[in-house]
Design a protein around this ligand. Structure first.
Ligand code: TXD
Length: 315
């Protein structure tokens, strides 16, 4: 059986296991699931192996509690941590998830020093900064997933509203994963027609606000968990671009070193994804309003990151 690139998923909960299933169906890698809960990753791995047999697909899937199993991974996906419950903001998860993700980053650095990392745990932008700091990896190998999800949500709502296929909808969301997401209105279009020619300002606002609250809408319906099918699809869109060396331009959370006039902050911008991870940060010609919104988002993430890092320092 041909060896595929090794992909490790840390956190075999809703998002982690759904991601594993999609990766397996797309035959993108040999999978290792890791979770602190005894038996959970192993059980999910067995279930996935059996699903693959029914699909007639070759699969290597293992589950363990041992971080050393990440050794040799091309890609590590971090989904470990708490998810939101109704009424909680992503920021409410900060302290608890920092205490989970910080040590995981150190284990990745030890076990898989050459891997690219996709961070998924919330609050996303701050967790990406934490993983970057703890692993000391170059910035092109540490990225956060949120923009592909938020853009997908927005495309779904636009397509539904206009009764068209989402494949014809172009809409990208940059900025922070949360209230300060930055939809790039200037480039939103449907089958080549600018959005402003198809929908009123008020309609567009309504769709943007539904996309912004898309996660909370699902949390309030599910009550005991948050979304996982679309998040997994957003992760796999990025993973596929890396593993297939596609040079696809997608929104991703990366540390900026002067791009968009911003420095030392992890925030969602267009990135070209290829075998090495982020091959390039793409600087789109944003309108002054979009640029301003991106800077405001970056300011908030930067303050949150500083707060977390100073709280994590020993007294
Ligand atoms: O757009 C995005 N970035 C997001 C982020 C979209 C959806 C979900 N998002 C966040 O991902 C969410 O707010 C959470 O912070 C994570 C994971 O969400 P999920 O819905 O998968 O949560 P679960 O089902 O509770 O799974 C988390 C798993 C669970 O099995 C724990 O036992 C495990 O994480 N966990 C750990 N695994 C390994 N190592 C450690 N230390 C650990 N701690 C918890």
């Amino acid at each position: 059986m041909e060896r595929l690139p090794k992909i490790s998923i840390v956190g075999a909960g809703q998002v982690g296991s759904t991601t594993a299933h999609l990766l397996l169906l797309k035959q993108l890698g040999d999978l290792v699931l890791i979770d602190v809960v005894e038996g959970l990753a192993k059980g999910k791995a067995l279930d996935l192996l059996q699903a693959a047999a029914i699909e007639g697909l070759p699969a290597r899937v293992t589950g363990t509690t041992d971080y050393a199993a990440m050794a040799g991974s091309r890609l590590v996906i971090v989904t470990a941590g708490l998810a939101r419950k109704p009424g909680m903001s992503r920021e409410d998860l900060l302290a608890a998830n920092a205490a989970i993700v910080g040590p995981i980053a150190e284990r990745i650095e030890q076990a898989a020093p050459d891997a690219a990392i996709i961070v998924v745990t919330n609050p996303l932008d701050i967790m990406t900064a934490l993983v970057l700091k703890q692993t000391k990896f170059p910035r092109h190998r540490v990225m956060g997933m949120a923009g592909t999800l938020d853009s997908g949500r927005l495309r779904a709502f636009i397509a539904e509203r206009l009764g068209v296929s989402p494949a014809g909808v172009t809409a990208t969301v940059l900025g922070s994963h949360g209230d300060l997401m930055v939809p790039v209105r200037s480039s939103m279009s449907v089958n080549g027609a600018p959005i402003a020619t198809l929908l009123s300002e008020q309609d567009v606002e309504q769709l943007l606000s539904r996309a912004r609250d898309g996660g909370a809408e699902i949390v309030s319906l599910l009550k005991t968990s948050s979304a996982y099918y679309a998040p997994a699809a957003g992760i796999v869109e990025m993973a596929q671009a890396i593993l297939r060396d596609a040079h696809a331009v997608l929104p991703g959370c990366v540390r900026l070193d002067g791009e968009y006039g911003l420095r030392d902050v992890c925030i969602g911008v267009p990135v070209e994804l290829a075998a090495q991870g982020v091959a390039r940060i793409v600087e789109w010609p944003l309108t002054p309003q979009e640029l301003d919104a991106l800077r405001r988002a970056a300011q908030q993430v930067s303050e949150g990151t500083q707060h977390m890092l100073s709280a994590a320092k020993p007294a």
